[in-house]
Design a protein around this ligand. Structure first.
Ligand code: UD1
Ligand code: MG
Length: 421
């Protein structure tokens, strides 16, 4: 991003190039196309994801048709969103490059790939397609009541506001401390419209100490919602900098959220509880589908970068589904690697230790391997723990770690059910 901003400030490439053909200067369709999507990888991922999804929805649980129907309609819309996003990204890439919105691949510095201008902020395509799907979906959710619609639209306003502020950050490169606050502004529509309960259920082992079974937090609940939004957005954004990591972690967490929601719907008899989890599914399915489309271009070697537009959008969407689905504790366990990365980052984030603009590993162009630096990130921690490795295998290891964390969360829930809450 720093490279991109400097490029913007010092040169206007389109003005410096000799004008040979006026049409060429204004028509981005004449620019060379980006590399094609990695469709094989996405196909394998989709097959892998489909198995537990279809097993749970059609075989394991008897989900009533009034709930199953909107979920499947939403899945169909999401699938359409996947293809739409995949189609639009190459076109949008040419347009963003024309406006000098690009970044250099820092982990390839010193090689020819490191000199390529990679289109930046393609998260904007995902964000827009997601919003279109989510807005259209309201038409098909016949069972929705008016409170549901108010909260759903407030959630969409917050997500939309976050996309806007993320894009502003990508274009203006706002200072780090301001960045941190943007999600709290974006969360306002949701916090203001939220009319649901503000109570938390005290875990059974703590009831004797607290003296309550249910605790009404009142306005503090809204504060908690705001803080969760700030955490989810920023924690995705700072666990980044490797090809595929930003989108990859979102895909893993979103899939875990989807499975968690299906399991909760299947296992519960309470209609209100089921609605809350269905609410989550309606937002998480389009997030997963559009993110997979972006992943097909962002996986190693990235032909596009996602920008803060995407990291903020993905973080906010997951925070919103966790809040309105009432499973923020589970969400935080799904975010375990991000929590770990945040804890490792605290000394640099709060200014106790110097924080450079990019806290990325050191790349050796001779061997093509990354070495961990002293910057406090999970990426560097993994490199120090497992030794030098390529960017691709480091990212794969981090995503597997994310998936293991999610699996452990399911196990933990399984063993603690009944004892904990
Ligand atoms: C956050 C991190 C920063 C990290 C950056 C990488 C903190 C406080 N900030 O900053 O340490 O370096 O994310 O995204 O932890 N890039 C790559 N390869 C990739 C993805 C990104 O080289 O796979 C580079 C590109 O030059 C791209 C830039 O990172 O243009 C994007 O950085 P940006 O998202 O603006 O950084 P921040 O979110 O501010
Ligand atoms: Mg970023």
């Amino acid at each position: 991003m720093a490279a991109r901003k400097r490029a913007l400030a010092t040169t206007d490439a389109t003005k410096l190039e000799p004008t040979t053909n006026a049409q060429e200067q204004t028509d981005p369709t004449t620019d060379p196309p980006i590399a094609p999507p990695k469709s094989g990888l996405i196909l394998k991922l989709c097959l892998f994801f489909s198995l537990p999804y279809f097993y749970l929805i059609f075989y394991r649980y008897k989900i009533e048709s009034e709930l199953k129907r909107p979920i499947l309609i939403n899945a169909g819309l999401s699938l359409a969103g996947f293809f739409l996003t995949q189609k639009i990204i190459p076109v949008a890439s040419r347009y963003v490059l024309r406006r000098n919105l690009f970044g250099f691949d820092i982990n390839k510095k010193g090689t020819p790939q490191g000199t390529v201008k990679v289109p930046e902020s393609l998260g904007i395509v995902v964000g827009i397609v997601f919003l279109v799907l989510a807005i259209l979906f309201q038409y098909f959710n016949f069972t929705a009541d008016s409170i549901w619609l108010v909260e759903y639209n407030a959630a969409l306003s917050s997500i939309c506001f976050m996309i806007l502020l993320g894009f502003v950050d990508d274009v203006l490169d706002v200072p780090w401390r301001v960045k941190l606050l943007l999600p709290s502004i974006a969360a306002l529509p949701l916090l203001m419209a939220y009319a649901g309960h503000t109570t938390i259920i005290i875990p059974k082992p703590l009831i004797p100490y607290v003296g309550l079974k249910v605790w009404d937090l009142g306005w503090m609940y809204k504060l908690y919602m705001g803080l969760l939004a700030v955490f989810c957005t920023n924690s995705i954004n700072i666990h980044a900098g490797l090809n595929g990591l930003e989108v990859g972690q979102t895909v893993v967490i979103a899939f875990a959220i989807l499975i968690h929601n299906l399991m909760q719907i299947g296992a519960s008899a309470d209609p209100e509880y089921k609605q809350a989890h269905a609410f989550s599914i309606y937002l998480v399915q389009p997030l997963l589908a559009t993110s997979l489309a972006l992943f097909s271009y962002n996986w190693y070697p990235s032909s596009v970068f996602v920008g803060d537009t995407y990291t903020y959008f993905a973080g906010m969407t997951m925070a919103v589904v966790g809040i309105l689905g009432h499973f923020s504790e589970t969400l935080l366990i799904f975010f375990a690697p991000q929590v770990l990365n945040f804890l490792l980052s605290v000394p640099q984030l709060f200014g106790f230790v110097k924080c450079p603009r990019h806290r990325l590993p050191r790349f050796d162009p001779q061997t093509g391997l990354l070495t961990g630096t002293n910057d406090g990130t999970l990426v560097n921690f993994f490199l120090r723990l497992f030794g030098k490795m390529s960017e691709k295998s480091l990212c794969a290891k981090l995503l597997i770690f994310q998936a293991i964390g999610c699996c452990l969360c399911f196990l933990l829930r399984y063993f603690l059910t009944g004892w904990y809450k």
